[in-house]
Design a protein around this ligand. Sequence first.
Ligand code: C2O
Ligand code: CU
Length: 446
Amino acid sequence: MRLPVAVDQNPDPNVFETTLRAGFADLEVYPGTTTRMWTYNGSLPGPLIRTKASQRLIVHFENQLEEASTVHWHGIRLPNAMDGVPGHSQPATEPGQSFRYEFETTDPALFWYHPHVNSATQVDNGLYGPLLVDDPQQPFLGDELVLVLSDSSVDETGVSPPDFTGDLGLLFGREGNLLLVNGKFQPRIHARSGLLQRWRIVNTARTRYYQLAMAGHSFRRIGGDGGLMEYPVDAERIVLAPAERADVLIVPRGAPGSEVAVRWVAFDRGFGSTVNRPDENLFYVRFAENPQEPPEALPATSRVIEALNTGGASEVRLELMQVSAPQQPLELGINGVPASRATPLEAKPGETQIWTIVNHPDMDFAHPFHLHGFFFQPLDDQGLPARPLEWKDTLNVAVMGTRRFAVRFDERPGTWMFHCHILDHADVGMMGMVNVGEASGAHGHQ
Ligand code: C2O
Ligand code: CU
């Protein structure tokens, strides 16, 4: 269950330099068969890139696929030209070509990377990987494990069956039937009963929501998308919408030699998503033969986060909806238009805005809303900062739901995307952009 790890080729301790090669590899994804996957460096998921806060990251991306691609660094506060969005930050990298990414990994948190071209297909085929930014200041909390959750449409014949679900499938969002943890089906992790563990979890699936449960155990969630939260929250279950991350403490307990499953439990994301969906075992925690230790206490963590000052902030309202008529090919969009006809929002560097994301009442599905390049702070129903305070880049908007957040744009001009992270929804138009600063000058000049 160990993740492949990217190797730093640069002797300078302030720089982490590595290569990501997108190309085909024959891997065992469905147990007992081999599938030609699209991979970074031949592995599924792509290698764990592990940097330190404020370290410079240089990635030489080489495209050996048969179609264009890019690398988007999900959640990282990087310059627009490094954001991996064709047409706004760079031209798409064609087969046989390469692109050099360079930026600072400022914030200690778990991030991930994936293509921003033909995303639903490229991600389903295997192109995703974790990026963990360590905080050298932070005390050791417990044995740390990075868990990349994904699903795959590969079946027992070793291929992805043709998709006959059409527009309805796109509207529901296509879920793979094979649940993978670090690229493996139902893997095992080894633990000593009573010893504290820290799980860094990312949902890289193109549509699937994860709700995690472990019999007899509860979780302490200490952080999310943008690092530690103000204070931890204890919960029986951990929910991750597509692209969200969770930083979780847990003390697994079990008899010597026994096993406990961590289960996937259906989460209500709208129309029929929990009907006839039994729990599935995601992975197993297997206990060593050692006698049980008395369980360690869960430590408390804390972080000082200042609530953004929203006095005088301008308001933005975005409504997520279907824009095509019932008999037309499916088109989704925001405020009545698909991405292709959207007018960018405007923001000035240093400006704070309040965004209200409304799920249109006719829309029977939840949407994980993601903003590129900038963290935001969720607000509660009264418009006050939601506690515990935390920085996020992806937020689930339930059926009939409305979510609000405060965001402060800084001096990183350019056109930044926002979209639903159900990649099927993004690909059929549920996407828009915001121009920060002198974006008109930056547009198309890269
Ligand atoms: Cu992870 Cu534009 O997305
Ligand atoms: Cu959506």
